[in-house]
Design a protein around this ligand. Structure first.
Ligand code: ACO
Length: 328
């Protein structure tokens, strides 16, 4: 029997309407456009005016399915990568399942912080191969603005809200998922924390943790600029591919300086590293699917020829991972 092959069938995204500039932020806190832009490349970010993560993900899902004549009952799996779910239960994925009437789909959230979409895509690709239904919906969605301490200028200026996703399909054509390299280093988990809750019950008298996002920016910067070039080189070597054969390297949009350093370490032009961090800031698990959808709608991806692309992300956990795909 022919092995089952998996391809990306369609893409979509949704970001909240409200655009907030660096100058707007400097009215709320002691910061400036110059500091934010020079350190990160961010100019604006979209912030939710009340929509929660499931609202963004439902709208992104509808965008993924739009004009595709897909019967939602043919979707067997929905994974939402998020570190900012609406709550602990029901999952965001369950809310999406109900909203789009994917009545046959199993649904769950996956948390690997900013690496979430890469982890979720890797998980879904493997699960779909063993399912009888033809489609899996993989989303990354975040309302980072609810996790942030708005009095902490070191983190508040970095993040934005949004959601994006792809529909995977079993295919008769060539396999799109070529190689992967996924990791975690829990020993450095302290470098990014969010949503911490202490045990509190009649037996223990506990002081509540603030739960706000904390980040040791330097620690993450150093970890990323070492681990990500290594991870990208690993998938290239494993697939006997050179960086010259790769059309685009899509990196998690956390900081333009990080992307420039990774490009330099790989010895390739920054033109291979599309960026939209200037518009959206760091949207955590949503950053890669938003970027993929923008490039697709710009006719730079999923065009009438085969393209090799790398997806690479890093974040809390610490977690990181890289996928090498050949798409068309
Ligand atoms: N506006 C103005 N000044 C500021 C601001 C601000 N928003 N934030 C910090 N500063 C000041 C600091 O107080 C400090 O001043 P001091 O020297 O007088 O003490 C100075 O600027 C330098 O601060 P640093 O924190 O040392 O700045 P750094 O150069 O390290 O840049 C940054 C910070 C942009 C966060 C960088 O470290 C970075 O990008 N790290 C990587 C973060 C990342 O990629 N995270 C991704 C994972 S996120 C996830 O998984 C959800």
């Amino acid at each position: 029997m022919e092995p089952i092959k998996i391809k990306i069938h369609s893409t979509g995204k949704y970001v909240p309407e409200k655009k907030v500039s660096n100058d707007d932020l400097s009215k709320w806190m002691d910061t400036s456009h110059e500091w934010i832009y020079k350190r990160t490349g961010i100019v604006t970010r979209h912030l939710s005016e009340g929509e929660d993560t499931s609202d963004l993900c439902i709208k992104a899902s509808r965008n993924v399915l739009e004009g595709r004549s897909i019967d939602p009952e043919d979707i067997g799996l929905i994974i939402v990568a998020t570190m900012t779910p609406d709550g602990q239960s029901p999952s965001v994925a369950s809310k999406v399942q109900a909203a789009i009437k994917a009545t046959n789909a199993m649904a769950f959230d996956l948390n690997a912080a900013c690496s979430g979409f890469v982890y979720a895509l890797s998980t879904a690709e493997k699960m779909l191969r063993h399912m009888h239904l033809p489609y899996a919906l993989v989303l990354g969605g975040e309302v980072m603005s609810k996790a942030i301490d708005w009095s902490d200028r070191k983190t508040a200026v970095l993040f934005g809200d949004g959601a994006g996703g792809v529909l995977l399909k079993k295919s008769e054509e060539d396999e799109q998922f070529l190689t992967e390299d996924l990791h975690a280093n829990g020993n450095k988990g302290y470098a990014l924390t969010s949503g911490e809750k202490k045990v509190s019950n009649p037996l223990v008298d506990t002081q509540e943790a603030s739960g706000f996002l904390t980040m040791d920016g330097r620690e993450i910067f150093n970890f990323v600029t070492k681990s990500i070039p290594k991870s990208i080189n690993k998938v290239l070597t494993d697939n006997d591919t050179s960086i010259e054969e790769v059309d685009y390297v899509l990196l998690h949009q956390a900081n333009a300086r990080i992307i420039e350093i990774v490009a330099k370490k790989l010895g390739c032009s920054i033109d291979k590293f599309p960026m939209n961090i200037q518009t959206y800031g760091n949207t955590s698990a949503a950053s890669l699917p938003i970027l993929i959808d923008e490039l697709a709608k710009d006719n730079k991806l999923f065009i009438d020829k085969k393209q090799k692309i790398i997806l690479s992300a890093f974040g809390g956990g610490l977690t990181w991972g890289t996928l090498l795909l050949e798409i068309n």
